[in-house]
Design a binder for this molecule. Sequence first.
Ligand SMILES: Nc1ncnc2c1ncn2[C@@H]1O[C@H](COP(=O)(O)OP(=O)(O)OP(=O)(O)O)[C@@H](O)[C@H]1O
Ligand SMILES: [Mg+2]
Length: 281
Amino acid sequence: METIRSSSDALLTIINDILDFSKIESGKLELESYPLNLRNCVEESLDFIASQAVTKKIELLYWLDPQIPDEIVGDVTRLRQILINLLNNAVKFTSQGEVFLSATVEKITPQEIPDHQLGLAEALPAPNPQGSSPLQLRFAVKDTGIGIPRDRLQRLFQSFSQVDSSITRKYGGTGLGLAISKHLCEMMQGTIGVESQVGQGSTFWFTILTHATPDPDTSESVIPPLELAGKRLLIVDANTTNCQILTLQTQSWGMFPQSVHSGTEALEQLSQQPDFDLSIV
Ligand SMILES: Nc1ncnc2c1ncn2[C@@H]1O[C@H](COP(=O)(O)OP(=O)(O)OP(=O)(O)O)[C@@H](O)[C@H]1O
Ligand SMILES: [Mg+2]
């Protein structure tokens, strides 16, 4: 029963990918333009692959730049589709270590839009009556997986392209995920790229052009806890990426964090500097 279900899920994914791809190729795919909560979008994408990551004992981590507005304008389904494609690959091609998703903001003005995107500035996702400036967001999915040979990097974004035929045998897939993601990013006036080292891991990144919702629904905003500002914090975590995420997050709340990687290091740190206000272990 389980086999039938997973085979039919896999088939459905392939059919959907082929349908999406032909819609994109024929110029029939249209993006929606509504306010979306980026944190929710990122967390839903992570939820989607969480069980795979748990089964493979891979840590899933993420970091959202606190400068990202609560709500941006765009197509949440298609943005989630890009994130899921990249996260899916990252988990699929990693056997141990971690997958780290980050989203950062680069504020830009229309003049700074790259040449090939000029003329598209008016096609920003929605009317922008309050004049909130365009935002370029950058997403990155970094893994500690098998990596990709340098001479194969460029071809990956073409349709039906996999590094070699052993990939299909071992991991399945049709080689459409990245081609679809590339088209979707370009429709969002962004670009997609990859950096990779064989045996070390890969970082797939992409940008999109959007803007903050003029009148956001703030009911879901994360309000920085004021009473934490100025406090000295000791972070104890064996995972370096986790320490970096906690450091950035707590710094954005005005805290003074310091991180160590083990209980022994924590005791050493405390013997030299006993005046921490609190600690995360
Ligand atoms: N994170 C990654 N690490 C190593 N190789 C990758 C990674 N992401 C993609 N690749 C390589 O790029 C190829 C193309 O990826 P793409 O997502 O387009 O196809 P796929 O995952 O093989 O199949 P599909 O996404 O259609 O199920 C993969 O087959 C793999 O060879
Ligand atoms: Mg894929």
